[in-house]
Design a binder for this molecule. Structure first.
Ligand SMILES: [Zn+2]
Length: 564
């Protein structure tokens, strides 16, 4: 017995291209190809589930095999037309790659492809969810696609074209199916309701359409569900539809978000009570609240067109007008976060209530100076002193450019370059190899040979003995600046100045996995450590914590003033 939900979808399955809803661009291309007689031997239909890919493949099969064809208008009467619609035409085979990985089907397909069609014009293979084919099945399919016999057509469909090998993609004519727009779904639902003799209000049809989220197949299943729950006679209204489909009353959702925007915690929580009494699932409610907040944000952007019924669009625009766009965006963000919290929570209702209270109390309203004022107040409450003016000014600038980065002042850190030898060791030569190496590099810098000094910093000192300085490099590229004779002489002269006699610079290749670290690597590591320390200090700084509380977001980076 077929499931009752498929009844309408089967009964009203499109039989002709002109019956397809919302895929006009695909229909146009296919119709033109059929009229001009230039039909590819392999098609790939991609797009979300339930938007008509397989249905289109069946119509195309009829168009190709109709006794009066090939024609964009198959007759619907002849043997091929009737049998393809019933799914039992000997020359049209449907393979569902999702059910058995299709490898045997595709192998037998290769065998069968050698023979001419039994009756029809073409042998047609419709492969649904083709991305689910196993590797060997892909190879078998590819072999047939490489040298397609003239009597074979492939109609491939997938929701996930990224998973297809490029070798397949390059051999098919691709058509992208789209989610069906709400308006078109509602129009089609209205036609079907009329044909079925059931009165359904526009609000109820819109609700069904919204729940279907662009899938015509889902829309028809939901309409089935609605009809099944309806006692004969009378019109199906929005409330009845909401109950039958387990949908949330839009009024409750809109009411809660409005209460949050008005900062009315009582009304927001009262909305939760109403939702609970109407049997709402809190996870679903959280999703709907975030979706509604998003719609409000979009309503402030005139260039964005929303697929919603007119009366809803008007309501959204009216609500959005009364609020600062920044506040709307912040509430959207908080409710979006709430979706996740509620999904993970042991008591979803409490998680949702906490999220709403956060949104009521924390979502900012007002201008940037007001926000900075608020940060200062929050900071004072935490027991800190008022932020010093330069840091405050800095904070304001940072907030203006990006609310995700905050900066605090920190005493300048020495930049790591070694001081001149004389300052360091007034009474004698430095002892360790590393210290002597630093001294030598300082001398090269003092001689203004900066690129050579930078190259030496990437090397590892191996030997510093009278007459010879040997340096190892893991990557030969790092030593490029030391290769020409002039560079070397300059470096050797600087070394000689420190060591008191002529020196030869020897460059050696080190294995890449050598444990020794160069000065440059050492500096890089120290910099990373400093940065981690600063980030930690920044996160713990009371002023920063106050700012995060008020503005939301997190501390991603801390920079020195003047470091840009
Ligand atoms: Zn026909």
């Amino acid at each position: 017995m077929p499931t009752p939900y498929l009844v309408l979808a089967r009964k009203y399955r499109p039989q002709r291209f002109s019956d397809l809803t919302g895929q006009e661009h695909v229909v146009r291309t296919l119709t033109n190809a059929l009229q001009s007689g230039r039909v590819a031997h392999a098609f790939l239909f991609t797009g979300p589930r339930g938007c008509g890919k397989t249905t289109t493949a069946r119509i195309l099969a009829r168009a190709l095999n109709c006794e009066k064809g090939p024609t964009p208008e198959p007759c619907g009467q002849c043997g091929p037309c009737v049998e393809i619609a019933q799914g039992n035409d000997v020359d049209v085979q449907e393979i569902d790659a999702a059910s058995n990985n299709g490898v045997d089907d595709v192998r037998s397909l290769r065998e069968a492809a050698k023979y001419l069609p039994a009756r029809d014009r073409y042998k047609i293979y419709i492969v649904d969810e083709v991305h689910m084919l196993s590797g060997p099945a892909f190879n078998a399919l590819l072999k047939t696609l490489e040298e397609p016999p003239g009597h074979i057509k492939f109609l491939l469909a997938t929701t996930d074209p990224q998973k297809l090998p490029a070798t397949i993609l390059s051999r098919v004519q691709r058509h992208n199916f789209q989610l069906v727009p709400l308006g078109k779904i509602v129009t089609r639902l209205r036609e079907i309701a009329q044909a079925e003799g059931v009165a359904v209000s526009d609000g109820a049809l819109a609700l069904v359409g919204q729940q279907a989220q662009g899938s015509m197949r889902d829309a028809l299943s939901l309409l089935d569900q609605l009809f099944a729950a309806h006692a004969p006679g009378g019109e199906i209204g929005e409330e009845e539809a909401a109950q039958a489909l387990g949908a949330l009353d839009r009024g409750i959702v809109a009411g809660i978000v409005s209460a949050v925007l008005r900062r009315d915690a009582g009304a927001a929580l009262q909305g939760i009570v109403r939702a609970y009494e109407s049997g709402a699932d809190f996870k679903r409610l959280a999703d709907e609240l975030a979706a509604h907040a998003r719609n409000l944000v979009l309503a402030t952007l005139p260039e964005v067109r929303q697929e919603l019924p007119d009366h809803e669009l008007r309501g959204l625009a009216e609500t959005a007008r009364g609020h600062d766009p920044a506040q709307l965006a912040r509430v959207f963000e908080l409710l979006q976060d709430a979706e996740e919290d509620v999904a993970k929570a042991a008591t979803p209702r409490h998680a949702l209530e906490v999220a709403l209270l956060r949104a009521v109390h924390l979502a900012p309203s007002g201008s940037l100076p007001e926000l900075v004022e608020k940060v200062d107040r929050a900071f004072a409450k935490l027991g800190g002193e008022r932020v010093a003016p330069p840091a405050g000014a800095r904070l304001q600038r940072e907030v203006a450019s990006s609310a995700r980065t905050a900066a605090i002042a920190e005493p300048p850190v020495p930049n790591g370059a070694p001081p001149p030898v004389a300052e360091r060791e007034p009474n004698g030569a430095p002892q360790s190899l590393e210290d002597r190496w630093r001294t030598l590099i300082s001398a090269v810098k003092a001689a203004r040979k900066m690129s050579q000094a930078a190259a030496l910093e990437k090397g590892v000192p191996l030997r510093i003995v009278p007459g010879t300085v040997a340096v190892g490099f893991k990557s030969p590229n790092d030593a490029l600046a030391l290769e020409d004779v002039d560079s070397r002489r300059g470096v050797e002269a600087a070394f000689a100045g420190v060591m008191g006699s002529a020196v030869k610079l020897v460059i050696e290749k080190l294995p890449a996995e050598a444990a020794a670290t160069s000065l440059a690597e050492e500096k890089e590591r120290a910099k990373g450590e400093r940065k981690g320390r600063r980030l930690q200090q920044g996160r713990e700084h009371p002023a920063v914590r106050a700012a995060v509380e008020v503005l939301g977001g997190e501390i991603e980076d801390v920079r020195d003033l003047g470091e840009e």
